[in-house]
Ligand binder design. Structure first.
Ligand code: ATP
Ligand code: MG
Length: 558
């Protein structure tokens, strides 16, 4: 894993611009917005944009709006509107009263479109989508004027009104801006402002048969809301001249400026909503909140603390050049936060039974375990020791290599908070697999130290067989096995080992009984959180993240 370089927070080119604007008294107040299209769940890329827009409103005098860019009813749903609000709140940001929808402006946008027609700046085009595409030209060739470009104002107004009234089928006509089919910037070659779409809209119902394009709606929505700095990702840089064209030609109440920054890309991750939607619809994952998804809902279910996401986006900073961030950086931030905040418990993921032969049958004793090594206020808890225990299968080797210091025949180790134990015999099944160990313990080492000063090289976690409780543990790994998955053929890059189910794990009884969704550290294993699939008889825990970055090493080994 690359160790993250701490970046100075609060210094990036957008904040510099805002500071300069304030120094020149250009604005009384800075107004930003986060403008999601409600056609999917938010992902970690959106977290970057949310933290930037809402963060600016916190750092400077100002406010940040949450505005749904709901201009395409075919793909938008109330479920997404609701999840987006929940996710922004979960991340720790608040829009207060400033919740808006582009659909609130449909009437005004329509009137402004009529105004463009009256000013000779827009026309109804009867060409098909395909004809329009072909006549648009290329980067090196100019486009061709539409045969309908010179319609009279009256004819355009009449046709546009009838489009709105629902007289024509989908795709029959569009309204286009009349700019310049020879413009070097293809976005200025008579872009489409309205298309016919007989579709039910989550908010406006069946009122509209035409819907504005993103390009037409976005800047005007910003202007209506008095947005001062309209911050978006780099792919909209070439749209800025069009954004400015509308702002100049229309009687808008304010003149926002658009600024572009680089979107977040992460290794082993795809952040396109198209791909995420397909992952869900095609059943590659269990839903939008599957813990392997890079969605905020998935990360929340997986136990990722919102503070870790905020720290992550702070560290990566805001730049103008596209780059790919190592997912190890995100994991580092999650581990740092969880190491600080989560209580320690013991769980055995793959149990191996151990019988302590010299421990009296029927006897048990309570030992004291620390809940957080760096936080005494987290207190202690009792754990039960007895004659029959479970340890981790991986902590025993019958024929260990040289550097294996954990349990092996004749070798002594420490059971955390308990005693030194030594393995005296190995019991196998007919298949030759180790199914049980016989050990002895040294009663003088209670608490984990030998009075004679002898040392052991390993301390292992364990659970008592009698008091621990069966549980299912879900170990999640990267969803994609390829560090740069191919968005156009992502199924080929899926990691077949992204979910490992350990059905026979054991946990401390108190862990199983609690309904808490606080993340816990299972000692020596990682961070885990109770999953909502748990039932009273069968608690289920998801691994938020392991203690160390083993994945990168495995990949390097090949
Ligand atoms: P997709 O490209 O997958 O369709 P989108 O960017 O169009 O997603 P929106 O709902 O339009 O999704 O995004 C809302 C805001 O979040 C936009 O301002 C967009 O620029 C920003 N955003 C989306 N993805 C990222 C990302 N990976 N990094 C930073 N900002 C992002
Ligand atoms: Mg978008």
């Amino acid at each position: 894993m690359t160790e993250p370089v701490a970046t100075e927070v609060g210094r990036d080119f957008i904040r510099d611009i805002i500071q300069a604007d304030l120094d020149q008294a250009k604005y009384q107040e800075i107004v930003t917005r986060f403008p999601p299209e409600p056609n999917g769940y938010l992902h970690i890329g959106h977290a970057k944009s949310i933290a930037l827009n809402f963060g600016i409103a916190q750092e400077f005098p100002g406010r940040c709006h949450l505005r749904f860019d709901d201009t395409n009813p075919v793909k938008e749903e109330q479920e997404y509107i609701d999840s987006i609000q929940a996710d922004v709140r979960w991340l720790g940001f608040d829009w207060g009263k400033n919740l808006f929808f582009a659909s609130d402006y449909f009437d005004r946008l329509y009137e402004w479109a009529e105004q463009l027609i009256r000013d000779g700046l827009a026309y109804v085009d009867d060409q098909s989508q395909e004809e329009i595409r072909l006549a648009r030209g290329t980067l090196t060739e100019p486009g061709k004027n539409s045969p309908f470009r010179d319609r009279t104002v009256d004819e355009n107004l009449d046709l546009f009104g009838r489009m709105k009234a629902g007289e024509f089928p989908n795709g029959a006509r569009v309204l286009r801006a009349k700019i310049d089919m020879g413009a070097g910037n293809i976005n200025l070659r008579d872009p489409v402002l309205y298309r016919i779409l007989h579709a039910h809209h989550p908010r406006t119902g069946t009122k509209w048969s035409i819907y504005p394009s993103y390009d037409y709606a976005h800047g005007q929505s910003d202007a209506i809301e008095g947005i001062t700095h309209s911050i978006c990702t780099l792919e909209f840089e070439d749209h800025r001249p069009l954004y400015d064209w509308f702002i100049e030609k229309l009687p808008v109440p304010s003149k926002p400026h658009q600024y572009e920054f680089a979107r977040l890309n992460l290794t082993y991750t795809l952040l396109s909503k198209r791909v995420l939607t397909q992952l869900v619809r095609e059943g590659h994952v269990a839903g939008w909140d599957d813990p392997r998804m890079p969605t905020m809902a998935g990360m929340r279910r997986r136990g990722v603390p919102p503070a870790a996401l905020r720290e992550f986006v702070k560290r990566i900073g805001v730049a103008k050049a596209n780059s790919v961030v190592d997912v190890g950086m995100l994991e580092f931030c999650i581990r740092e936060e969880l190491n600080r905040t989560s209580q320690r418990r013991m769980a055995v993921l793959k149990p191996l039974k151990v019988v302590i032969e010299n421990y009296p049958e029927g006897q048990t004793e309570e030992l004291e375990a620390i809940n957080h090594p760096d936080d005494p206020s987290a207190g202690t808890r009792k754990i039960t020791f007895g004659r029959e225990l479970f340890i981790e299968q991986d902590d025993f080797m019958e024929n260990p290599p040289k550097k294996f210091f954990r349990l092996s025949p004749g070798n002594e180790v420490r059971l955390r908070y308990a005693y030194f134990v030594k393995c005296t015999a190995v019991i196998k099944n007919d298949a030759g697999e180790v199914v049980e160990l016989r050990c002895t313990y040294d009663p003088a080492t209670k608490g984990g130290n030998a009075p004679d000063g002898r040392k052991v090289k390993a301390t292992m976690h364990w659970l008592s067989a009698a008091t621990s409780v069966p549980a299912e543990i879900r170990v999640y790994n990267q969803l994609f096995a390829n560090p740069s998955p191919d968005a156009s053929n992502f199924a080929a890059d899926l990691n077949p080992q992204s979910l490992e189910i350990l059905a026979d794990a054991r946990v401390e009884a108190s862990v199983a009984e609690s309904n808490s969704t606080e993340v816990m550290q299972f000692e020596r294993q990682g961070y885990f959180v109770r999953d909502r699939d748990s039932t009273p008889g069968k608690p289920i825990f998801s691994r938020t993240i392991g203690l160390r970055d083993t994945f990168a090493k495995e990949v390097a080994k090949g």
